[in-house]
Write a protein that binds this ligand. Structure first.
Ligand SMILES: *Cc1c(COP(=O)(O)O)cnc(C)c1O
Length: 466
């Protein structure tokens, strides 16, 4: 399998190169040359597999001969051995609804499903092909800890994560700073999340620095993350249908960067019998507005009770746009130019109909989110994180839709307390966090200070491990 850019400016590359590239060198996103389609027999056969063997089968379609099967089996085994549930992503039934629990990984949110695998794939490819990777990123909470857990202790990788000092929740801060592995560097910036993000941008724009130190991003646009996220759609369908192809399943997906729901769309294109895919957003409703109107227009970012979805421009949207425009990179470039010039893009009526066939959408307010946490708790005793509650509320009229439970409620306990007055008990990965030793440097909100710290750290580690 080879990979192309949505903007048409990358020579086709293999899986290994595509994963290491992350963002396409032309600024586009990498997509498979062809989406594989599965026969009825294959789908029925796979419906009996447990998570890890199923992951190997799905990934093999995309990895091709880039990674020998025996090695892929090992990577998958190691990646999901850190999960606290034997089924990795189990389905749970509470109050007449099925919940796909994606929060049993080491940071208690669904990003672990992809980032645990990505960390192992990076380490494997670096060991095989030589080289080092220095990951730099800014986080407002969720992605930083999942990325740190993905690469902690991995050979050939150093990770620098900037967070705004005192502005992430105490749990999220501790999840990052209690990781003491030598290759993990937490930086508390004396400023806001926007300051932290601006610093990271400045570092990446300093090309000599970027090239000398081989900086890479940890972002939600890496192709491997999307592929890993298709696995649990197949897994959930298998458990529900028992392999009966007439049984179509709907999913409601709490959405921010459009990664998770795009993975569901990809699974459907591969032939998985999915009925409806619901794009569930909070008040930051750019994607639900697009599904309803065909117009994609960014506005200001609102802070909500579901902060991991407080996003305006969704970084994975361009992948969907590429398929909507019949895999025509020139058309993608034209629409993106329109967006650049006018602040919005619009698809024609016929394409808008196709969007409506692909997705349902609904934007959910904070008040509705709290009411949903309360309702589900009162009727079934099940506790939802605010992101999951957005998904459930958006699926109010689709009672048989499986809701993706994207984080453990204890990770966002303030919202849960606000809804029902009770704090959820922490799951194993969140226990004892506040008592553990921490390591973090505090720096002024200046790119210069951060790059100096990075140079010193990397030069020292190069002397010690030449
Ligand atoms: C990242 C995240 C989301 C949004 O997922 P996207 O792939 O960005 O659409 C939803 N819920 C939680 C808890 C998250 O961390």
């Amino acid at each position: 399998m080879r990979y192309l850019s949505t903007r048409g400016g990358v020579e086709p590359v293999g899986f290994a190169e595509a994963v290491m590239m992350g963002l396409g060198t032309d600024g586009g996103l990498l997509v498979p040359e062809r989406i594989p389609t599965l026969s009825a027999d294959t789908l029925t056969g796979w419906s009996q597999l447990s998570f890890q063997p199923l992951a190997v089968e799905i990934l093999t379609l995309f990895v091709g001969d880039s990674i020998p099967r025996a090695d892929l089996v090992g990577l998958v085994e190691r990646s999901y051995s850190t999960f606290f549930h034997p089924e990795v992503t189990p389905l749970a039934e509470h109050g007449d609804r099925q919940w796909l629990e994606l929060f049993h990984g080491p940071t208690a949110a669904f990003k672990d499903v992809a980032l645990q695998l990505l960390g192992h794939v990076f380490e494997y490819l670096l060991a095989r092909e030589g080289g080092v990777l220095r990951i730099v990123g800014a986080t407002s909470g969720d992605t930083g800890s999942a990325a740190i857990y993905g690469v902690r202790g991995k050979a050939g990788i150093e990770i620098f994560i900037l967070h705004p000092k005192g502005r992430v929740s105490p749990i999220q801060e501790r999840q990052m700073t209690t990781v003491l592995d030598a290759n993990v560097h937490n930086i508390a910036v004396q400023g806001t999340f926007d300051d932290a993000q601006r610093i990271v941008k400045t570092l990446f724009n300093d090309l000599p620095f970027k090239q000398q130190y081989r900086l890479g991003a940890v972002n939600s646009i890496n192709l491997a993350r999307i592929l890993a996220q298709t696995i649990y759609y197949f897994y959930a369908w298998g458990r529900i249908s028992g392999g009966d192809l007439r049984r179509r399943v709907s999913f409601s997906v709490p959405t921010g960067n459009f990664g998770d729901v795009f993975a569901g769309w990809l699974a459907k294109r591969m032939g998985l019998p999915i009925d409806r895919l619901i794009v569930a957003t909070n008040r930051n409703a750019i994607l639900s507005r697009f599904v309803e109107t065909g117009v994609y227009r960014a506005g200001e970012v609102y802070h909500t009770l579901s902060p991991a979805m407080d996003i305006q421009l969704a970084s994975n949207f361009e992948r969907y746009l590429y398929y909507l425009l019949d895999e025509d990179p020139a058309a993608v470039r034209a629409l993106l130019a329109e967006m650049e010039q006018t602040g919005q893009l619009q698809v024609d009526g016929e394409r808008q109909r196709r969007v409506a066939e692909d997705f349902d959408a609904r934007a959910v307010s904070d008040a509705e989110t709290l009411a949903e946490i309360r309702r589900v708790y009162r009727t079934s005793g099940y506790l939802l994180c605010p992101h999951t509650a957005v998904g459930a509320c958006a699926a109010a009229d689709t009672t048989d839709a499986v809701v993706l439970a994207t984080a453990h409620p204890a990770k966002f306990d303030a919202a849960v307390v606000k809804a029902i007055g009770i704090a959820p008990p922490p799951p194993p990965p969140l226990q004892g966090l506040l008592e553990r030793e921490t390591r973090c440097v505090e720096l002024p909100a200046e790119a210069e200070a951060v790059s100096r710290f990075m140079r010193e750290t990397l030069d020292t580690s190069a002397r010690e491990h030449p």
